[in-house]
Write a new protein. Structure first.
Length: 282
């Protein structure tokens, strides 16, 4: 009896696995054609000054518009990363963000910085410096307005190489940010040796402020540490007035989150930008 149940159980799991595997292969197949079919979109989430509410920048976030659905990045970026498709997708994102940024500048909108996420594969397995330099040249978007976001895992995989790439990117005049800070393994010593301009505190530390006093202490410590390292610091996933009050009391520079706005399609972001005072890019 027990043996039979075990077998049914196995059958059940293997059917589940097959379903998951089939779904994944289907996604990969459709992902391969998504660029040609022009199915990717960039949304833009405003980044604001905690103290004044001035707008300082926007993070570009990819969406996949396919068969009537708007698919979020966590459903396809990991697959793209594993299959190497991220190279083509990442290049599209970089080009589209720079093209849009230049179009906004040409339209006379206030200059703000646009942040683009780079995956570890993109960062380590391509000549990312040449790709970025070419994209800036082709689109005419000024380097000073581009920011690249890297995760701790991208930086920690091969630290020596990473430092070298970051230095070359910095020499182009672009801004560099560490994303999801606090969720990876980077040590303070490493952080010090990377030429980073911006530290983004991961949403998971912000979520339970003010209920969790340890999250408040960790956040305050990260802010203080960023200042010691002369980095700008931005809190991610800010949703409530209480979180804002706390960040303000600890002199956090910037924030991003639903409290100000969700990520917006380009035209809606443009309206948002027109309704806010811009902080000059520095
Ligand atoms: P991320 O870079 O940490 O981006 C922040 C994510 O938090 C975004 O999710 C954003 O919509 C979400 N978020 C911002 N504020 C709030 C808030 O107040 N509440 C809540 N609940 N969520 C908030 P999204 O757009 O789904 O992106 C998820 C992740 O996918 C990104 O995390 C990033 O790691 C990755 N990603 C997005 N676009 C790209 C891309 O173009 N290239 C690469 N390589 N990765 C990307
Ligand atoms: Mg990011
Ligand atoms: Mg993040
Ligand atoms: Mg994240």
């Amino acid at each position: 009896q027990a043996k039979n149940e075990g077998r049914n159980c196995f059958k059940y799991f293997s059917e589940e696995l097959t379903r998951a595997a089939r779904e994944r292969i289907g996604t990969e197949f459709r992902l391969r054609q998504a660029i040609e079919k022009n199915e990717f979109r960039l949304f833009y989430q405003p980044q604001l000054c905690v103290g004044t509410g001035d707008i300082v920048g926007a993070e570009a976030l990819i969406r996949w518009q396919t068969s009537g659905e708007l698919i979020p990045p966590l459903k396809f970026i990991p697959i793209a990363e594993e299959t190497g498709l991220i190279t083509g997708i990442g290049n599209w994102v970089l080009n589209e963000a720079c093209r849009q940024g230049k179009a906004w500048l040409d339209a006379g909108l206030p200059p703000i910085r646009i942040a683009v996420n780079l995956s570890p594969h993109q960062f380590l397995h391509n000549d990312i410096c040449a790709i970025v330099a070419n994209t800036l040249a082709e689109t005419g978007f000024p380097a000073e307005y581009l920011e690249l976001e890297l995760t701790e895992s991208a930086l920690m995989k091969r630290e020596k190489e990473a430092i070298d790439i970051l230095n070359r990117l910095h020499d182009l005049g672009i801004h560099l940010a560490i994303d999801d800070f606090g969720t990876g393994y980077s040590s303070l010593a490493y952080l010090k040796s990377f030429p980073l301009d911006v530290l983004k505190i991961d949403k998971s530390f912000i979520d339970d402020i003010p209920m969790q006093s340890d999250d408040m202490e960790i956040t305050a410590t990260i802010i203080a540490m960023a200042k010691t390292l002369r980095m700008q610091v931005i809190a991610e996933g800010v949703e409530t007035p209480a979180q804002m009050a706390f960040l303000s009391s600890r002199n956090c520079d910037f924030y991003q989150g639903y409290f100000a706005s969700k990520p917006l399609p380009a035209d809606e972001f443009e309206s948002f930008l027109k309704q806010h005072r811009p902080l000059p890019v520095s």
